[in-house]
Design a protein around this ligand. Structure first.
Ligand code: PMP
Length: 429
């Protein structure tokens, strides 16, 4: 079987298949298998939608049992047993023990749908239109969320003005010494700042597509304090770094903050099934019935998968395992990989890591490493400005042996490229 049908009939808009042009068929755990039976290690994991691995056995059994009994599959926002059990489990297993109190709003089943809902709510609640977002952010590509997404490549095809957003540099991503929080305070307090008071601040605590830029707990707390002082809503986009990837279920737990709105999607259903929701502080729930409707807010299999994922997490001690693997990867990347060359910069948290190769002269170095890794049967993508950061996004359930194989492939190609001379010249030589 060939890939010809895609080249002739599928729109040019396809993206991942360009970097990884194999014909995939089966998948299990951390591996993808082609139609020919070749096994690839997956360090992309559905762009973060498969934290519990491909076809997680525990979750799969719950899904199969649910379907076998002809339980309801599509329920709009009707009351269903599956949804009731999911909300109860999420509340009992996560929110209550963490001292969090939120109402659940189910949205159309993609990340961008949920971001649109959060924006609409924040604007209606505060009766303000401006929103603060950060340079390097990725919040989705529909019109409202695209306005919050900084990449010019995506913005240029909007076809309309992308307004009502003010961008600030993310922590450690502006000019040297630039303090975004001090600047934000100035904007809010100076009556001549020329910038409208915002409804909300929205951010990923770790910018994923933006190059794995990690906000410190202190910076997050500072930002939250400014929001509280000025009556601005704090929206955490936990679509990619949430659902356990940071080590905790929510990425903001480490900072000890409680966002006003939390946006979740991607790995929420546990099985790669489409699902998205907002968690909102109860006082924000000013919605009138049906004001933000959507047909696919009631995909019942996603509720079943999402509840099973929480059980899997609890029963397998996943949180502790992620934290242990996180230190293992961090040590390897910093002490074994980056120690070899000061131009290799490592950033990350939990099981999302970036190898930043932007200090090398060769602008395509990261892409070459990713391409060569793919030849060696490792799927890994490049992110950040001009795609100069290799992004590691393993399954949270990855076995040690597979993890080591993947890290060795990356190390081999990075070292070979650096020492080949093509990229070896120092930028500031
Ligand atoms: N926010 C973040 C942080 C994301 O990583 C993504 C997807 N990469 C989105 C929003 C948009 O999600 P979706 O592609 O499901 O619309």
């Amino acid at each position: 079987m060939s890939t010809q049908v895609f080249e002739t009939l599928e729109s040019n808009v396809r993206s991942y298949s360009r970097s990884f042009p194999a014909l995939f068929n089966k998948a299990k755990g951390s591996h993808l298998y082609t139609a020919n039976g070749d096994a690839y290690i997956d360090f992309l994991m559905g762009a973060g939608a498969l934290n519990y691995g491909h076809n997680n056995e525990y979750i799969k059994q719950q899904l199969l049992a649910y379907m076998a009994e002809d339980n309801i599959m599509q329920g709009l926002d009707l009351f269903t047993v599956a949804k009731s059990e999911f909300i109860t489990a999420f509340n009992d297993l996560l929110l209550k023990p963490k001292g969090l109190e939120y109402k659940f709003q189910f949205c159309g089943p993609t990340g961008t749908n949920a971001i649109e809902a959060a924006l609409k709510l924040a604007r209606n609640y505060t009766k303000r239109s401006n929103v603060i977002a950060f340079m390097g952010a990725y919040h989705g590509l529909s019109q409202g969320s695209l306005a919050l997404t900084s990449n010019q490549y995506h913005r240029q095809v909007a076809g309309v003005g992308l307004h009502n957003v003010t961008f600030l540099p993310f922590e450690n991503n502006g000019p040297a010494g630039f303090d975004s929080l001090a600047y934000l305070e100035l904007m809010l307090e100076d009556t001549h700042s020329g910038i409208e008071k915002p409804a909300a601040v929205i951010l990923e605590t770790v910018q994923a597509e933006g190059g794995v830029n990690v906000a410190s707990p202190e910076w997050l707390r500072g930002l939250k304090q400014i929001c509280e002082k000025h009556g601005i809503l704090f929206i955490a986009d936990d679509i990619q770094i949430g659902c356990g990837r940071s080590g905790d279920f929510f990425s903001f737990e480490e900072a000890g903050i409680k966002p006003d709105i939390v946006v979740l999607s991607k790995s929420l259903s546990g099985y790669g099934l489409p699902m998205a929701m907002l968690l909102l502080k109860p006082e924000l729930d000013i919605w009138q019935p049906g004001e933000h409707n959507g047909t696919f807010r009631g995909y019942q299999l996603a509720f079943i998968g999402a509840k099973a994922a929480l059980e899997f997490r609890r029963d397998t001690g996943l949180e502790a395992a992620v934290k242990q693997k996180a230190s293992y990867i961090e040590r390897f990347l910093k002490e074994e990989l980056a120690a070899a060359d000061e131009r290799i910069v490592i950033r990350g948290r939990g099981l999302m890591w970036g190898i930043d190769l932007s200090s090398f002269e060769d602008p395509l170095l990261a892409k070459k490493v990713a391409q060569q890794s793919f030849q060696d049967k490792l799927i890994v993508e490049c992110v950040g400005r001009h795609d100069k950061v290799v992004k590691l996004l393993p399954a949270l359930t990855i076995e040690q042996e597979t993890l080591d194989q993947a890290l060795n492939i990356l190390q081999r190609h990075i070292t070979a490229n650096i020492s080949s001379g093509a990229s070896a010249k120092k930028v500031h030589a």
